[in-house]
Design a protein around this ligand. Structure first.
Ligand SMILES: [Mn+2]
Length: 331
């Protein structure tokens, strides 16, 4: 048991004892971060609490219909006085929080850390970290069910389902467990609109974005190590050509994972002093978490991200290939 570990039941009780919550998601929020945040806001409101979310970035377009109105885009330290508890969702360390401009250690409020990343550093007063959980939304559902007499309305069920669907890739990834499938069935019984979620998340690409992906695959896909590794570098001029908003390209990496024979896949994009890296593995034998931790990042064993510090693409690719080769041969 790690320090200050709490159970879903404990968190349900801590929530009962507080009234006014700030809910914080990680930077570049994905479907689990957003689904969890909005689900928690709805749940708290429906059960007599006040709550606001902090999401400093413009949301990816496909999530706009799911957004809750009590959402702030910025926060200064004095704003925190109006809350009596902070809940951090899907955030392995405070540097990844959208609150990172505020000195986390100086925050005068109790903090609950609810997450499923294996590299979570247990930074809060109360930490509920379950790395076996498929999604943070799945952990939240356990908390909500432990909340005696609390209502879980269809909108809340819907948002939890959104988080679960996105972190399991529509129940295709290795984190799809009996538990998460049971939870999903219960959420359906609570009137989560699964079909709408699938349509909005997977079958609603704008045409230029689809064409962007086609050209990316046709002209920029590279493979190595007998096809066990595939990657693309996303050229900024291609992004401009199709006027693509990169916030809307969550899931782009699945095109690489779909290729037979690939074990590790990656996407690289230019970022500050180097190249931002997204990594996926298709088998628990190969940990992209290990690679990411060596490359200024982290994440799950089979889904992770990092930053390669290099001035030109060729050098970044060389560094990446070295690490991938080591992981492929690690057994
Ligand atoms: Mn997650």
């Amino acid at each position: 048991m790690m320090k200050n570990s709490v159970t879903p039941k404990d968190v349900a009780e801590i929530i009962r004892q507080h009234d006014n919550f700030l809910v914080v998601a990680h930077e570049n929020p994905d479907g689990d971060a957003l689904g969890s945040t909005f689900a928690l806001i709805h749940f708290l409101h429906d059960n007599g609490k006040t709550a606001e979310a902090l999401i400093p970035e413009k949301l990816p377009e496909k999530y706009l219909d799911f957004a809750s109105s009590d959402c702030r885009t910025e926060m200064i330290i004095s704003d925190l006085n109006s809350f009596d508890c902070i809940i951090m969702l899907d955030i392995p360390n405070p540097q990844r929080a959208s609150l990172s401009h505020i000195d986390f250690n100086g925050i005068p409020l109790p903090v609950i850390n609810i997450d499923h990343h294996p590299d979570n550093i247990f930074y809060a007063k109360w930490n509920l970290v379950d790395s076996k959980a498929a999604a943070t939304a799945d952990i939240l559902f356990s908390i909500f069910r432990e909340s005696k007499g609390a209502k879980i309305k269809p909108r809340t069920a819907d948002l939890l389902m959104l988080g679960i669907v996105m972190d399991t890739g529509g129940f295709r990834f290795d984190n799809t467990s009996p538990k998460v499938l049971r939870h999903a069935a219960e959420l359906l019984e609570m009137k989560a609109d699964y079909h709408n979620i699938i349509k909005k998340m997977f079958f609603s690409n704008p045409l230029p974005q689809q064409q962007f992906q086609a050209e990316l695959q046709l002209k920029h896909l590279r493979t190595a190590f007998n096809g066990q590794f595939a990657w693309f570098f996303i050229p900024p001029e291609l992004v401009r050509k199709y006027n693509v908003d990169m916030r809307n390209t969550e899931g782009l990496i699945e095109a690489l994972r779909a290729i037979r024979g690939t074990e590790i896949v990656a996407i690289m994009q230019p970022r500050d002093q180097g190249f931002k890296l997204s990594l996926r593995s298709k088998s628990p034998r190969y940990s992209v978490g290990t690679i990411a931790r060596k490359l200024n990042g982290g994440g799950h064993e089979m889904a992770a991200g990092g930053l390669i510090k290099a001035s030109i693409l060729e050098n970044a690719e060389k560094i990446l290939l070295t690490h991938v080769e080591r992981e492929l041969n690690a057994l």
